[in-house]
Ligand binder design. Sequence first.
Ligand SMILES: NC(=O)c1ccc[n+]([C@@H]2O[C@H](COP(=O)([O-])OP(=O)(O)OC[C@H]3O[C@@H](n4cnc5c(N)ncnc54)[C@H](OP(=O)(O)O)[C@@H]3O)[C@@H](O)[C@H]2O)c1
Length: 247
Amino acid sequence: MNKSIFITGATTGIGFELAKLYVKEGYRVGVCGRDLTKLPDPYRSRFECYELSVTDEQALKEAIVDFHHKGGLDIVMANAGISHGSKSKLPDFKVTKQIIDINIYGVLNTFAPAISIFAQQGHGHLVGTASVAGFVGLPGASAYSASKAAVISLCESYALDLKHLGIKVTAICPGFIDTPLTKKNDHDMPFLMSVDKGARKIKKAIDKGRNLYVFPWQMALVMHILRRLPRFMYRFIMTLPFANYSK
Ligand SMILES: NC(=O)c1ccc[n+]([C@@H]2O[C@H](COP(=O)([O-])OP(=O)(O)OC[C@H]3O[C@@H](n4cnc5c(N)ncnc54)[C@H](OP(=O)(O)O)[C@@H]3O)[C@@H](O)[C@H]2O)c1
């Protein structure tokens, strides 16, 4: 029987590109998003589509259970996410709460029903889309950095906690990928990668069952260094104009 993958936030960007790759490989692909009209016509019939917000715990649970009942469930990817767009020195707490709601609670709402299903069947693979932004507190992106740090930690703990149930866990940490999300950015985006290349790399990491995949390597290296710097040095570097990526 064909394998099945359910991807949240797959009406555009990384999720959509991944959904296309998996369909091409013969997978049953379930996708969700708040607005399915964003999906180009042919794909609406190639994917099993659910129009919902990942913040709607019940609707998302019903969608994942429904998708599983119709043909099984092997991989669940919590990919839906939003960002600040422009960086601001003054936190906007309304936006902060939206980001936390979608990027953290959305991931929990995705993983919870998947874990129940995987635990019963004795196998399954959880994938969380985090970000390199989760390794440090980036200036002007407090909520986004915090939300992605949560996804990285959640995946790391789940990998340990759920192993005995036959559940694999992968955290994906992309640098800048050219998608509608980054099109809104008004700052420089070093090492920006095309979405089709990014999706191919992510799929490879999922297929290999990687625990943590950070890419591109240049961004992985930068983050590795920033994370290990004494914090006073990190704070100093981040006050330099180039580090703020402000245009
Ligand atoms: N692009 C990058 O450089 C980059 C780097 C690191 C990490 N990421 C992460 O990668 C993931 C995908 O981002 P992307 O770049 O592909 O952005 P994108 O093109 O804006 O895609 C985001 C997807 O999430 C969906 N979405 C947003 N809020 C949702 C909600 N409440 N419920 C259900 N679906 C929702 C959107 O669909 P609807 O609007 O139809 O709901 C869309 O399909 C995000 O988690 C993002 O943080 C991106």
